[in-house]
Design a protein around this ligand. Structure first.
Ligand code: HAM
Length: 417
């Protein structure tokens, strides 16, 4: 398999120019917008102890049951490549004492899930996420959804839909499970095998099933909120009202439960029609994570970078490709050496430039200048050296001017402004 060695692993991708430009756009906007809301960056390790994820994501979640890259290292430690960012971040904040229980942090980086690769499902994918720790507060949840919406709008995404629901409080859990179990019982045989198992292990997972037969049954179920306390229903109501106040358009999706077990109260997803079956760009919600002896409440979300960029491209957003201020063209060895010095001076002044580092024909060098989208070409050959000038060519209209070497730097700085 000579060619296999040149490919990344299945479900993983090299991300390079030109598509990397859209990645940078999204990441840069995220950094700027998060700072407007008081979030600071955090970078946690990609590898964590396996029990961190088993306990926080829930050992009946699909991610934990089927998708974790877990292994024993050479020291016999059980480790897992992070499948998501929340658990590692909250581990860090829990270790900070009281300050960590009232924090706002964001992260950008790769996550790993050993899923069957298909459109929208990668084994290494990337998330941009935030976590805000603090006690349950519908205003915090609404602000978090508004922030996510702000980011997507800022990058130019227009046709995304925000779906919100509640999983109720911990105290509601029993009533919700019993209520759903009773409602599903008459249809037990008609559910897929996975859902029949889910009825015993974690009944909320049934609501999340993508099987069309199961979905039909789920659509007929009473709403989860019917089994919850009035307080939990009022909490969701308050989130929706605050969103409306802030001008964020969101709809309630009564069957939205999310795939991770740490959520309570508000959960949400942002979907996009262009994405097909895996239509969720972003997911988030309020949670309580038990880490060590600490219990950390918070709210947060993660934007799936690949899916968001796919949606952006489907809406026709293209990366704007960076150009280059100057391409230095050298005709002959002496010109090449002099240009190398000029190139260094230009870069030290913050101007971008590039040149061939071997002698090449004029035609070949002009072709390179074109491809690099250079605004100007600086041409120097034996005649220019003898006259102590450079020839400055406007790459757009082809006009040329001669500039004395003494004024070259000042002129190049001026034209590049
Ligand atoms: P999640 O819904 O599992 O939530 O993932 C968030 C987003 O990551 C998804 O909406 C999707 O865009 C992207 N994603 C997930 N799996 C894949 C995959 N295999 N391939 C490509 N993209 C994928 C979380 O991870 C939570 N930690 C979010 C959160 C933060 N909740 C509270 N705080």
């Amino acid at each position: 398999m000579a060619s296999e060695i040149l490919q990344p692993l299945q479900g993983m991708s090299d991300i390079s120019f030109p598509e990397i430009e859209l990645w940078r756009l999204l990441e840069n906007k995220a950094r700027r917008i998060f700072s407007l809301y008081g979030y600071r960056e955090i970078r946690t390790p990609l590898l964590e102890r396996t029990p961190l994820f088993l306990r926080s994501l829930g050992d009946t979640s699909e991610v934990v049951c089927k998708e974790m890259y877990s292994f024993e290292d050479r020291g016999g430690r059980d480790l897992t490549l992070r499948p998501e960012g929340t658990a590692g971040v909250i581990r860090n904040l829990a270790g900070l004492g009281p300050a960590g229980l009232n924090s706002r942090v964001y992260y950008i980086g790769p996550m790993f899930r050993c899923e069957r690769p298909q459109a929208g499902r990668k084994r290494q994918f990337h998330q941009i996420g935030v976590e805000m720790t603090g006690d349950p507060n519908p205003r915090a949840d609404a602000e978090c959804i508004a922030l996510q919406n702000h980011l997507l709008r800022e990058v130019g995404l227009k046709n995304a839909t925000i779906k919100v629901n509640t999983r109720g409080s911990i105290e509601d859990r029993k009533a919700v499970s019993t209520g759903l179990l009773d409602a599903l019982e008459p249809n037990r045989e008609n559910l897929c095998n996975d859902c029949q198992r889910r009825m015993e292990e974690n009944i909320l997972r049934v609501l999340d099933c993508k099987n069309p037969e199961c979905q039909k049954i789920v659509n007929e179920l009473p709403k989860m909120t019917d089994f919850m306390s009035d307080e939990s229903a009022a909490y969701l109501d308050e989130v929706m009202k605050r969103l409306e106040d802030m001008g964020v358009v969101a709809q309630i999706d009564p069957s939205l439960v999310r795939g991770l077990d740490y959520y309570e109260h508000t959960v949400w997803e942002i979907t996009h029609d262009a994405l097909g079956a895996q239509d969720a760009l972003c997911g988030g919600g309020r949670y309580k994570l038990e880490i060590g002896k600490k219990s950390v409440p918070g709210v947060g979300f993660a934007v799936g970078v690949e899916r968001t960029l796919n949606a952006l491209q489907a809406e026709g957003v293209e990366p704007s490709l960076p150009g280059m201020d100057f391409w230095l063209i050298s005709l002959g060895d002496a010109a090449l050496k002099t240009n190398l010095k000029l190139a260094q001076r230009l870069r030290e002044r913050g101007l971008s430039c590039q040149m061939e580092l071997e002698t090449k024909s004029m035609k070949a060098q002009m072709r390179k200048a074109d491809r690099a989208r250079a605004t100007w070409a600086v041409i120097r050959g034996e005649n220019e050296l003898a006259d102590d000038i450079i020839c400055l060519r406007n790459m757009k209209d082809g006009t040329q001017q001669e500039v004395s070497c003494g004024e070259a730097l000042a002129t190049l700085e001026r034209v590049a402004e």
